[in-house]
Design a protein around this ligand. Structure first.
Ligand code: HAM
Length: 426
């Protein structure tokens, strides 16, 4: 029996990968303009990092992690998200001591969650995310949101909706937490087992429960916005004012909770609206965190960031039939006739490539006609034809595949000729 790809993973083949590269390049370009620098962290970390960082009561930690013991019997976990790992590195490498503050980082790479796979929900997916560490300024919340919204706009994504909430500071959260306990406790028996466990540990999680979503107590649960103290409320107002100033529209949803434990103050999700997108509509999630750096052993430092998966952006682009970049065409294909000519094309090909031209030739001893077909399939801009006869006379035929025009040129000038025609002499 042949071996198949694991559930919830995918191969990204040529033809599709160009779209990935396009999105990744656009995202990196926006980060460059916003002055965020790339960080690369390992794909696995000590399990403890995510237990402490993401939170013990979250679905991610309780149900979705790929955790294993290595040969030295250490518990390791394939990263389910990027923030905890970036913060671990920030603390370990003492980035907080660097003169350039805040520390503004971006990352991209595979993340792993053992979830029930469906369209837009994978077990291995690629996140693109940013983290800005070390600033309490609400303007940086607006900057992070502006970054991702600009990126979506530049990718041509339409109908995206920014949903915003404030989860308040510690004091506001504590008041809200108590209100939630008082609200749910009398009827907690009607809720799922997970929610019953969450009641004392983290009642906010109950609001995020998929099973009990329709329970009547959900719709009139105490809203965090009613429990924000003055400082939290003013912080939230400032974030909104900055967004208004930048012309970034948003809706406030006091039920937005997020699936990770580290958030305080600003929390947000960006949703894809519109037909054909399917059941999963969250493109991006993020927010502000205060205790995470301390939890991981660093000095008390605030941070804010977001992450989205490239898979979901691709789904959204496809659902709205956005024009998608196609595979780049080949500059030149070399066709040969005769043994001496065939040998010569090896050298010509090498020289073309060294000169910056994308080029290829036949390696399957195909007849001339089949070589031309291959050039067509690769959509070569030029086809160069070399026979033993031409070789003896030091010439080569070059056919412009767009106009059909064919010229004979000196072999000596061939590389420069193609370079000039395709790269404009660059
Ligand atoms: P998250 O909401 O767990 O947040 O995930 C962020 C995004 O990752 C989601 O909105 C979605 O685009 C994508 N995603 C999550 N799970 C899957 C999956 N199974 N398949 C495909 N895509 C998925 C975080 O991960 C936080 N670290 C975000 C953050 C950064 N907060 C602050 N900084």
């Amino acid at each position: 029996m042949s071996i198949q790809i694991p559930r919830g993973t995918q191969d990204i083949l040529p033809g599709e990968v160009e779209l990935w590269q396009y999105i990744e390049e656009k995202a990196k370009d926006v980060c460059r303009r916003y002055n965020y620098q790339e960080i690369r962290t390992p794909i696995f970390e000590h399990t403890d990092l995510f237990q402490r960082g993401v939170g013990d009561t979250t679905d991610i930690v309780q149900k979705e992690m790929y955790t294993f013991a290595d040969r030295g019997n250490r518990s390791l976990t394939l990263r389910p998200e990027g923030t905890a790992a970036v913060v671990r590195s920030y603390v370990e490498k003492k980035m907080y001591g660097h003169p350039n503050q805040p520390t503004k980082l971006f990352y991209t790479g595979p993340m792993f969650r053992y979830e029930r796979p469906q369209s837009g929900r994978m077990r291995q997916f690629v996140q693109f995310g940013v983290e800005a560490l070390g600033s309490h300024d609400p303007a940086i919340d607006a900057e992070v949101l502006a970054l991702v919204m600009s990126l979506y706009e530049e990718l041509g994504l339409k109908n995206v909706k920014l949903v915003l909430n404030s989860l308040g500071d510690k004091e506001s959260r504590e008041a809200h937490r108590q209100a939630l306990i008082d609200h749910f406790k009398p009827s907690i028996g009607e809720f799922c087992e997970d929610c019953q466990n969450r009641l004392d540990k983290n009642p906010l999680r109950i609001l995020d429960c998929k099973k009990d979503r329709d329970h009547p107590l959900m719709s009139n649960a105490p809203s965090i916005l009613d429990y924000l103290n003055e400082e939290s409320s003013s912080y939230f107002s400032q974030v909104k004012t900055y967004l208004d100033q930048l012309g970034i529209s948003y809706v406030v949803d006091p039920t937005l909770v997020r699936g990770l434990d580290y958030y305080f103050h600003t929390a947000f999700e960006i949703m894809a609206e519109g037909e054909g997108f399917g059941a999963i509509t969250t493109l991006c999630g993020g927010g502000r965190y205060t205790g995470l750096v301390e939890e991981i052993g660093g000095p008390s430092t605030p941070g804010i960031g977001f992450a989205f998966s490239i898979e979901r952006v691709i789904m959204a682009l496809k659902a709205q039939e956005q024009a998608i970049p196609v595979a780049p065409k080949l500059d030149c294909y070399l066709v040969s006739l005769g043994d001496a000519a065939k040998e010569k094309t090896v050298e010509l090909l090498y020289n073309l490539r060294s000169a910056g031209v994308s080029a290829d030739k036949d390696y399957l001893d195909k007849k001339m006609k089949a070589q031309f077909k291959a050039a067509d399939r690769l959509q070569a801009r030029f086809t160069a034809i070399l026979g033993d006869d031409e070789l003896t006379h030091g010439v080569i035929n070059v056919k412009d595949m767009e106009t059909g025009e064919q010229v004979q040129i000196e072999l000596e000038t061939f590389i420069d000729h193609i370079k000039e025609k395709t790269l404009g002499g660059k």
